[in-house]
Ligand binder design. Structure first.
Ligand SMILES: CC(C)(COP(=O)(O)OP(=O)(O)OC[C@H]1O[C@@H](n2cnc3c(N)ncnc32)[C@H](O)[C@@H]1OP(=O)(O)O)[C@@H](O)C(=O)NCCC(=O)NCCS
Length: 192
């Protein structure tokens, strides 16, 4: 498709992945603080395989989980972007918005800023009807990003994530939704 591969926001460049990103990405995936709400940290090999899957998605579709750079400040801080949900649930098929940043880059508003650029791309360029986001009940930081984006949580949508093993405490998830109608009048959108 003819979609632009890069997005820009006030402070960020959301771009395709480079080989140089793999070492800092493996470091953040090995950090227990970053991976607190996932079943496990990732090995270097698992982290590289994730980059390969993300890049294959860009090759197929032209969009995905963008590598996030802060030009003139940090070459790679993590990812923010859109991803088709990889499992079946009552709300799928769906496009998910997600984020994962290195610990030292939390607390700057980068996840929310990048997510607004990704939502703009999803609704305005891809013309999606809805974008969802999901995480564990306890992942307050991620839920705060969803709430700053004015995504809506209905506990009737809460679900067990089939990608997480049964019995794992991070299997029960909350679902947040944003539809294109709400995006058009979203106060966060105007503040981009
Ligand atoms: C979830 C995650 C991306 C959130 O990162 P974050 O930096 O807290 O989120 P934001 O980008 O919205 O930044 C908000 C913080 O930046 C602060 N901030 C500083 N400057 C800011 C600015 N110019 N604009 C907006 N916020 C700013 C806010 O006050 C807020 O700080 P607080 O949390 O101490 O109140 C991060 O915690 C993470 O990578 N977690 C691990 C991976 C993960 O769980 N991902 C989600 C799985 S579903």
């Amino acid at each position: 498709m003819g979609a632009k591969p890069e997005l820009r926001s006030r402070r960020l460049l959301l771009r395709r992945w480079r080989d140089d990103d793999r070492t800092p990405f493996a470091a953040l995936n090995a950090d227990p603080a970053v991976m607190e709400h996932f079943p496990a940290t990732l090995s270097r090999q698992e982290s590289d395989a994730l980059v390969d899957r993300i890049e294959a998605g860009f090759d197929d579709r032209g969009w995905g989980l963008w590598a996030v750079e802060v030009p003139d400040a940090a070459a790679f801080v993590g990812f923010v972007g859109l991803n088709p949900a990889t499992f079946e649930a009552p709300f799928t098929p769906a496009v998910e918005i997600g984020w994962r940043l290195a610990r030292e880059h939390w607390g700057n508003g980068y996840a929310t800023e990048g997510a607004l650029a990704a939502l703009g791309f999803g609704f305005d360029t891809l013309a999606l009807d809805e974008i969802v986001s999901f995480t564990t009940h306890a992942n307050t930081r991620s839920r705060q990003v969803m709430e700053k984006l004015h995504m809506q949580h209905d506990s009737a949508d809460d679900f067990e994530n089939p990608n997480v093993p049964e019995g794992d405490p991070s299997r029960p998830h909350v679902l947040y939704r944003l539809d294109r109608h709400d995006w058009q009048r979203n106060p966060a959108r105007a503040a981009r």
